[in-house]
Design a protein around this ligand. Structure first.
Ligand code: NAD
Length: 493
């Protein structure tokens, strides 16, 4: 059965790049297969564009920018809201596409479509509120102020773990600000990005405003980073690639936003009910099969409740179901590819060789070669890979701690600084730990923390800038200061 036959609207499945409002073949004949990670079957192929075709996308975005920025904010808002409506109307097909190319269970994919669409609606409205300011003048007979203007063309490079929402969180902000965008999705999950392009076109978003380019990642990124006409680069992905892109953007002095890796601590205080905290930790660890920048990678539990916590965690983990995300009642789909499974196994082996205890996790039960059964390790210590590296796999590591000062030191013992969780009801402990954590986002007694109204982002090697919230659109705006002099006598100046 072909992929398009699984969709009620087969035109959402596109195997071309999308440049200047046209579905585009690669001119050099290079292409890449895209696989269903659950079955290993090829879902389709995407073309790799040649260098001059990437430059053509920049030409198109440059031309479109002239008209798009000149629209009133409420006109851009209407187009973006039409796009939002279409995302909602095609939610089921978009979720199916996502599960097929990414592997996450269908209910999670539906959740991501909803989440991704919510950024389009949020920024459609925020675009109408990009206010400048008036400045009390220190210059005689002058009026001073600022206006906000779009930076220009934005290049958006995105990962495979959230194939739709990581694009809309950037693109909607940029487009609402008046920028045009060139999206380079991950090669593993291009079809969600191309479905977004199809729906953008139907929403009346003009040619050249939303482009999707495909190709060899390093080659495409190099061109976009070196292009002086591209004024902003927004990247979500690994810290390794983020560093590389930051360097590549230095020559053209671009605006750079980076949403990079995480290594979230999950701190459980001595006052917590161990069962409640363990169930929350399981939810925070195993979403998207652990392939989540917010995954609870280091679970730090007060020694007084450690053993009970481990028992409840193991019990809850044992109830998780692993399988093809298209089937019902599945909690964890496959990992994205075989290398991810090998990396997960290496992280587990490393921990065990250094003294960790394997409580649960029998890989002989895995339902296919890209699947990894959830693993629980205790006695995890600082010298193990699982402590420092983002496992991006369903491997949970638990460590006992003695007091608040020790757990703060343990939690901050990482190059990453994206998100952290605290579970305790002691308000003084919450305040002390929350303030001391070197992380961009801290969630207290809640697994869910993201959404359009919040400033999402990290500190340290987890990135630069914030997405979402009232400041997310600023990543795509310049502040222009004006001084209107020689006005004669200006009252109040
Ligand atoms: P990745 O860095 O390998 O790839 C991300 C993007 O960069 C893809 O489009 C890929 O094709 C491209 N790319 C890969 N190598 C490149 C190179 N040498 N030059 C230029 N571009 C290149 O990341 P991934 O494996 O797709 O995603 C997982 C990572 O993303 C994890 O580290 C995760 O924490 C991070 N992530 C962060 C957030 C966040 O908001 N902070 C959200 C989701 C994922």
């Amino acid at each position: 059965m072909t992929l398009s036959s699984k969709l009620s609207d087969p035109r959402l499945f596109r195997q071309y790049a999308y440049v200047d409002g046209k579905w585009t073949h690669g001119e050099g004949g290079r292409e890449e297969a895209v696989f269903d990670p659950a079955t290993g079957e090829a879902l389709g192929h995407i073309p790799w564009l040649e260098a001059h075709q990437i430059t053509a996308a920049v030409d198109a975005a440059e031309t479109a920018f002239v008209h798009w920025r000149a629209l009133r904010a409420d006109e851009r808002c209407e187009r973006l809201l039409a796009w939002y409506d279409l995302l909602q109307a095609h939610r089921e097909d978009l979720a199916t596409l996502m599960t097929l190319e990414q592997g996450k269970p269908l209910p999670d994919a539906r959740g991501e479509v909803e989440y991704g669409a919510s950024f389009v609606r949020w920024f459609a409205e925020e675009g109408k509120r990009t206010f400048g300011e008036t400045i009390p003048s220190h210059i005689p007979n002058a009026a001073l102020g600022t206006i906000k203007e779009p930076v220009g063309i934005a290049a958006l490079i995105t990962p495979w773990n959230f194939p739709l929402a990581m694009i809309t969180r950037k693109a909607a902000a940029a487009m609402a600000a008046g920028c045009t965008v060139i999206v380079k999705p991950a090669g593993e999950t291009p079809f969600s990005a191309l479905a977004l392009a199809e729906l953008a076109e139907r929403a009346g978003i003009p040619a050249g405003v939303f482009n999707v380019v495909l190709g060899e990642p390093a080659e495409v990124s190099k061109i976009l980073c070196a292009e002086d006409r591209v004024k902003a680069l927004s990247f979500t992905g690994s810290t390794r690639v983020g560093r590389l892109l930051l360097e590549q953007c230095a020559n053209t002095v671009k605006r750079v936003s980076l949403e990079l890796g995480g290594n979230a601590p999950f701190i459980v205080g001595p006052d917590m009910d161990p069962r409640e905290a363990a169930f929350a930790a399981v939810a925070a660890k195993f979403q998207t099969a652990g392939q989540d920048c917010l995954a609870a990678d280091r679970i730090l539990v007060h020694e007084s409740i450690h053993d009970e916590f481990v028992e409840h965690f193991a019990e809850r983990m044992a109830a998780l179901t692993v399988g093809n995300g298209l089937e019902s009642e599945i909690d964890l789909g496959p990992l994205i590819h075989r290398q991810a499974v090998e990396k997960a196994a290496a992280i587990v082996d490393d921990a065990i060789s250094k003294g960790a205890t394997l409580v649960a996790g029998d890989q002989s039960q895995a339902p296919g070669e890209n699947f990894f059964m959830p693993v629980l390790l205790t006695d995890v210590t600082h010298d193990m890979k699982i402590w420092h590296e983002e496992s991006f796999a369903p491997v949970a590591g638990i460590t006992a701690y003695a007091d608040d000062d020790q757990v703060i030191e343990m939690a901050n013992d990482t190059e990453y600084g994206l998100a952290a969780y605290i579970y305790t009801h002691d308000i003084r402990r919450i305040w002390k730990i929350m303030r001391a954590l070197e992380f961009g986002m801290v969630s207290v007694n809640s697994v869910k923390m993201t959404g359009p109204p919040v400033p999402f982002g990290g500190v340290k090697h987890s990135g630069l800038g914030r997405e979402g919230g009232v400041t997310g659109i600023d990543e795509y705006l310049e502040t222009k200061y004006y001084c209107l002099g020689a006005l004669g006598s200006v009252s109040g100046s």
